[in-house]
Design a protein around this ligand. Structure first.
Ligand code: SF4
Length: 342
């Protein structure tokens, strides 16, 4: 292990509470910036349409390195860039569980739902090393706080006994994000993520543990992953894995993400650049006509796979999540099938 706390602290004035920066051979090319967080609970702005009031993010940056990740721009607040730095310079809040337990013990804490996985992935590879989530899960459970987790990380499987125990005490919503089944495209698009079969296996393990597991088919990439055939095959596998519900969301391209994604598209699929410029000419959200057509394509597929027992199409508005809309919306009725089309 190599550490260079002093040098990194001088180079990264945006990193408050930095204890040290760590590089290890198992995580080649990644730097972990270990910080002492002052707070763990983040208030979701009152104007947000999301169905939870609080989030906890043990990590900033994400080695899953999804090209389309919505959270990229948040790294610029740390004097790091929204591109390669977001993927490889990971801020680790090493004391997050302790700080969270303290915050949850306040008499004023109203036990509102807490969401994880809304900014960066709490079960990214770093969690295998730092093991921050078990303490977070215990703190939330002991305080009687409902919570949800959305992830692409198979490290979650390690904590299934804790999550099953938590679900006996408080409402727990679990979701796995899986945008596509094509291995070659997944490797280029989400190079740091577990493979689609590994994530489907995680869905199965969650279901086998007696817990509901929603799947976010998100983001759907226009002209790359949005054919009826591709979605049909993916939904068939999602259903077979035992998902309790599915949400389908089209790609959003917010500033910071847009530049990184469009550079990638120009390298990998240059012929698609004009089509994307047209589809996203209005800003971060795909052309409404495309969205309607996608909804029409998906609806019969959901019916065919028995995934359409939802209250209907739901819009959760626009400020977006890297993994799509969170499973927290299922906290009140964890067994209800839910379809979200954005
Ligand atoms: S989309 Fe999620 S898993 Fe992918 S890099 Fe962003 S936070 Fe990580």
């Amino acid at each position: 292990m190599l550490t260079d706390g002093v040098g990194e602290a001088a180079a990264l004035p945006g990193l408050r509470g930095l204890l040290r920066s760590v590089r290890t051979p198992e995580f080649a090319g990644t730097v972990f910036h270990e910080v002492e967080a002052k707070s763990a609970l983040n208030r979701v702005p009152g104007s947000s349409p999301m169905p939870f009031g609080w989030t906890v993010n043990p990590y900033r940056g994400c080695s899953h390195a999804c090209v389309y990740c919505f959270a990229r721009n948040t790294h610029t607040y740390l004097d790091l860039d929204a591109g390669a730095d977001f993927d490889s310079q990971i801020v680790v809040k090493v004391n997050v569980g302790r700080v969270l337990a303290r915050e949850l013990a306040r008499p004023s804490w109203a036990r509102e739902p807490v969401a994880m996985g809304t900014n960066t992935d709490p079960y990214q590879r770093a969690e295998g090393r730092y093991r921050l989530m078990p303490e977070i899960i215990r703190a939330l459970t002991r305080s009687g706080t409902p919570f949800s987790i959305l992830t692409k990380g198979t490290v979650l499987g390690r904590d299934l006994p804790d999550l099953a125990a938590a679900a006996r005490e408080v409402p727990v919503g679990l979701g796995v994000s899986l945008a596509l089944a094509d291995r070659a495209l997944q490797g280029r698009l989400e190079p740091g993520t577990p493979s689609p079969p590994a994530r489907l296996d995680l869905v199965k393990r969650i279901a086998d543990a007696g817990l509901d597991c929603g799947v976010m088919v998100a983001p759907v990439l226009p002209l790359l992953t949005d054919s009826a055939e591709a979605l049909d095959a993916l939904l068939e596998r999602v259903r077979a894995a035992g998902a309790s519900g599915v949400s389908v969301l089209a790609l959003h391209l917010r500033p910071g993400t847009r530049e990184w994604f469009m550079d990638w598209l120009a390298r990998e699929y240059p012929a698609l650049v004009p089509a994307y410029e047209r589809l996203y000419r209005g800003g971060a959200y795909v052309d409404p006509e495309y969205r309607r057509a996608l909804a029409e394509r998906v609806r019969p597929l959901l019916r065919r796979h028995g995934l359409d027992r939802s209250a209907g199409v739901q819009r959760t508005g626009g400020d977006g999540f890297p993994h799509g809309a969170p499973p927290a919306e299922r906290l009140a009725a964890p067994v209800v099938e839910q379809l979200t089309l954005l």
